[in-house]
Write a protein that binds this ligand. Structure first.
Ligand code: 5AD
Ligand code: SF4
Length: 443
């Protein structure tokens, strides 16, 4: 039997899809192109505009291109739309939400033998549903994600996540550590701890007796683990012990994704973010004094209800002052059921598009500056995959430096370098990455 997975949205979804692929292969399924698959899983996201319509058009296409495949719809849109999917698309025989992922492999096996069966896994549980361990040592890449919590309790006015992923629940710390140790034992050198708001890990009474900084410390001290990252963080929950951790823990990479959303205090208040521009700037200062080389990235939104040009200028101002290395930026759009959806003073599409364009132009400049500062430096790069500039006998490779920026380099021999560490001196700066020369033996 053959499977195909389509993934949209955040790293939580990428991580879920990755687990699904390995779990299915353990059960004897093989990966295949969409047209040849017996089962197709669509892992959906509702953070963008008109998410439901986009999934419907995907399903329409699948019906045309591979009408015999079993289709399963998972992720945030599945959690919201649920069994209505199969009323419209009889080909859909499985729907699953974020807590249903663990049951999907077994369900697909059952569906494959019972053509009239349909299965839904839409319950949200109080505890993080542990998953079968499926990692095979043969397939370990350089880096992996490990989920430490799910859901969110913040209810920012614009956000649908608390409704789709449910309340925050932390995964048991012993399980997290065990998974990390196993990954390191099978060759993984970098781990990214994952959750909607990792900083509030342990503050929900559902699994862990320790907080995030303590968990981070324990993960960082696993022998053989060279790099640890984590995402995503809420600025209001970045505690002093976490800031200190950036100065203390060698394995902790000097990189932090810290969603700002907006620079205007009035907008931040209406969003329910619980910090001001001043709080955010103080946090950045504290982080930079604990770890001067820290690389900061962020999420930004333009056109939240009632945002004026003045408010928008505050966002640009903070971007300039912080000098974000990169950012994800979005035009605000209504999510049914959220507080912001009912707010008056919606901003017109043209204004939103214009603000987004200006914001992204500024970000390009800031990214250029951040990359230019790397010229001439020697960086430790963990190789993640092949580069794009192969030329005869010279193979190129792509990896990341500790701050998370992409570094490309060439090596004129045929070793497989994925998972290796390499020292690279940067001699060329491109729009989104840098190129350099290897100055030491890979290890
Ligand atoms: N409209 C636009 N962007 C949104 N995001 C979340 N909800 C919305 C919305 N309703 C963005 C935020 C968040 C990122 C994952 O998606 O910037 O940090
Ligand atoms: Fe999309 Fe948010 Fe759901 Fe991730 S959690 S899939 S970003 S809506």
């Amino acid at each position: 039997m053959k499977y195909h997975i389509k993934t949209f949205g955040c790293q939580m979804n990428v991580c879920d899809s990755d687990w699904l692929a390995q779990a299915l292969e353990k059960r004897g399924w093989e990966p295949a192109a969409e047209e040849d698959a017996d089962a197709i899983l669509v892992n959906t996201c509702s953070v963008r505009d008109k998410p439901e319509q986009k999934v419907y058009s995907q399903l329409g296409r699948l019906k045309r291109d591979n009408p015999r495949a079993i289709v399963g719809v998972g992720g945030c849109v599945a959690q919201q739309v649920g069994e209505r999917f199969w009323e419209r698309f009889p080909q859909v025989r499985l729907v699953f939400g974020p807590d249903g992922v663990a049951s999907v492999p077994e369900s697909l096996d059952r569906l494959a033998c019972a053509p009239s069966l349909r299965i839904s896994h839409l319950d949200l549980f109080e505890r993080y549903p542990e998953r079968e361990r499926v990692w095979s040592e043969l397939r370990q890449p350089a880096q992996r994600f490990v989920t430490i919590m799910q859901g969110c309790d913040n209810f920012c006015a614009y956000c649908i996540v608390p409704y789709t992923r449910g309340r925050q629940k932390s995964r048991d710390s012993a399980e997290v550590l065990r998974e990390c140790e196993e990954l390191v034992g099978s060759g993984v050198r970098e781990i990214t701890l994952l959750g909607q708001n990792v900083n509030s890990y342990g503050r929900d009474g559902s699994g862990s007796e320790i907080g995030f900084a303590e968990l981070l410390e324990r993960v960082c001290s696993i022998p053989g683990l060279m790099r640890v990252r984590f995402t995503t963080s809420h600025p209001k929950d970045v505690a002093p012990d976490l800031i200190r951790a950036f100065g203390r823990l060698d394995a902790l990479c000097p990189a932090l994704h810290l969603p700002l959303q907006a620079g205007s205090d009035r907008i931040l208040r209406r969003m329910g973010r619980k910090y001001t521009q001043g709080d955010y700037m103080r946090l950045v200062e504290a982080l930079r004094s604990a770890r001067p080389d820290i690389v900061l990235s962020t999420d930004l939104m333009v056109g939240f209800p009632s945002e004026t040009e003045e408010d928008f200028q505050r966002t640009l101002e903070v971007m300039q002052r912080v000098g974000f290395d990169s950012s994800f930026s979005f035009k605000y759009s209504d999510r049914p059921g959220t507080r912001a959806a009912t707010m008056p003073e919606k901003i017109g599409e043209q204004i939103k598009a214009d603000r987004l364009r200006r914001l992204q132009a500024l970000q390009e400049e800031l990214t250029r500056q951040s990359l230019r500062a790397l010229r001439g430096k020697t960086l430790q790069v963990l190789v993640e995959g092949a580069g794009s500039r192969d030329n005869g006998d010279v193979r190129t490779w792509r990896g990341r430096e500790p701050g998370g920026r992409v570094v490309n380099f060439a090596l004129p021999d045929h070793r497989d370098l994925i998972g290796s560490m390499v020292c690279v001196r940067v001699d060329e700066v491109k729009k989104h990455s840098v190129y350099g020369e290897v100055v030491d033996e890979p290890w």
